[in-house]
Design a protein around this ligand. Structure first.
Ligand SMILES: [Zn+2]
Length: 476
């Protein structure tokens, strides 16, 4: 496919605590209601919604809002509802957290996310995330795997990043671009800062909200749900050769590179993640083309740039700016298929949606601490041979999804002596890796000083600390 085919929180304020883990800027952003301040939801409408099963139909923005509020009222111990901002036309960009700890980050345990409907006319993912919410909350007590997942992961689900575009989209339209863009006609998946090429597009409110959100929470893995093809596409979406495309002549040269993969430092991991989705999907891994003449994908996966390069995409941004491994999931050949087909899409994707998120528990994770056992925030964490730097959170946490093997971790922080530690990753469970950084003060490093070897331990040292700031959520 080418690129185009291809809680009214009731009458009270809802107070929100910030879950900031990455950047130290906790003044605004991703916000969570505290346990104490969630108002009782007793409205008649919500009670009615609450009593009925989630239907297989397309839900408009108001219906989604009612549904999410009803779920948060019915499952207060497993869910929290928050808005990361508003669309151009003022619709809330809702996120529902599903977890055994919905209101607080679990220190040492990963946060993960799905974002759907960034293209307003690609509607299946929007409904699948509602069904995923329903499935997770109703399975917690009966399904030991779901219980384990929710006990050890915070799952943030955004059914629509582009509610304004969805509003003007039409059920049954498979291939048009009507509704793809936001209300100012910007393609939100071309609206992020780009590593390979300056993105001159004016940042949109929906994109700004997402940027702020993912700067506040260290998401470990993420999926962006799209429609119009059936494939799991992984970074990079853009390519260094895009930089030379400044004139028509150069652009024609560029076109000759257009189907060349743009290989990320973690290519092996991204391919694996894409395969987890594809192989757990009912048919994606067969790589059957959507219609005769359209592209087919071996094993149902592709490098983004090998399919077609694009500038300003969300997945490259997640990875390069925030160390979040995001892939793009094209889950329906038809962008906005008839509602009666939704049960099939849910069945096809259910296992993939769950198994993919669990990949956050693969590889190595741990804490970077100073000599006194205090967390070192924004320490640089690099796996030798992989030219990408991750940063620790305010709790000193880091996660590095890796396939089985032996690796070296290079850890450095301002004012500390750099450390290197060798570690191995196995398939069956993650490696816990705690690194102590020693102050550079008083230590004159001479040439030939070997980096200190860090200890490989299997103990968790961080004591949970409560989250900080409280802000008010505007009444609506
Ligand atoms: Zn799309």
């Amino acid at each position: 496919m080418d690129r185009y085919k291809k809680v009214k929180i009731y009458k009270t304020f809802l107070f929100l605590t910030i879950l900031g883990t990455t950047s130290g800027q906790f003044a605004k952003g991703a916000s969570f209601p505290t346990d104490d301040d969630v108002p009782m939801v007793t409205g008649e409408v919500e009670r009615r919604e609450d009593d009925q099963e989630l239907q297989f139909k397309y839900h408009d923005h108001e219906e989604i809002t009612r549904y999410l509020r009803a779920v948060s009222a019915r499952y207060p111990a497993l869910t929290a509802l928050y808005s990361i901002g508003k669309s151009v036309q003022g619709r809330d960009l809702w996120v529902m957290v599903v977890s055994a700890s919905p209101y607080e980050h679990m220190i040492g345990k990963p946060d993960v996310k799905y974002v759907a409907n960034i293209h307003g006319n690609e509607a299946v993912g929007r409904e699948l995330l509602l069904h995923l919410i329903q499935y997770l909350v109703t399975s917690y007590d009966t399904d030991s795997y779901i219980k384990w997942l929710l006990d050890n992961t915070r799952i943030h689900l955004m059914p629509s990043m582009n509610p304004d575009g969805f509003l003007i989209s039409r059920e049954g339209q498979c291939d048009t671009i009507h509704g793809r863009h936001n209300a100012r006609r910007y393609d939100l998946n071309r609206n992020f800062p780009d590593f390979f090429k300056a993105n001159t597009k004016q940042p949109q409110p929906e994109t700004d909200a997402v940027k702020e959100w993912i700067s506040k929470i260290q998401f470990v893995v993420s999926g962006s749900l799209h429609g119009g093809a059936l494939v799991a596409s992984y970074p990079f979406d853009n390519t260094p050769s895009a930089r030379i495309c400044r004139s028509s002549v150069l652009c024609s040269v560029f076109q000759s590179y257009a189907h060349t993969p743009s290989i990320a430092p973690d290519d092996d991991v991204f391919r694996h993640l894409a395969l987890v989705y594809s192989n757990n999907h009912a048919k994606m891994s067969r790589g059957v083309s959507c219609k005769s003449g359209s592209q087919r994908f071996d094993n149902g996966i592709t490098n983004g740039a090998a399919w077609y390069p694009l500038t300003g995409g969300m997945q490259d941004y997640n990875y390069l700016w925030h160390g979040c491994m995001e892939i793009t999931l094209e889950i329906s050949c038809c962008k906005y298929p008839p509602a009666h087909e939704l049960p099939k899409y849910w069945q096809d994707n259910k296992q993939s949606l769950i198994k993919y998120l669990a990949e956050a528990h693969r590889g190595a994770h741990g804490f970077v601490m100073d000599e006194n056992g205090n967390p070192v925030e924004r320490a640089s964490v690099r796996v030798k041979g992989r030219d990408v730097t991750y940063h620790t959170t305010k709790y000193g946490e880091f996660w590095r999804i890796l396939l089985p093997g032996t690796y070296r971790l290079e850890v450095s922080g301002e004012g500390y002596l750099p450390q290197e530690v060798e570690f191995f990753v196995i398939d069956s469970h993650p490696t816990l890796l705690n690194v102590t950084l020693h102050s550079a003060k008083g230590h004159v490093q001479t040439r030939g000083d070997a980096p200190k070897r860090a200890k490989l331990t299997t103990s968790t040292t961080a004591a949970p600390r409560d989250l900080n700031l409280t802000i008010a959520f505007p009444e609506d």
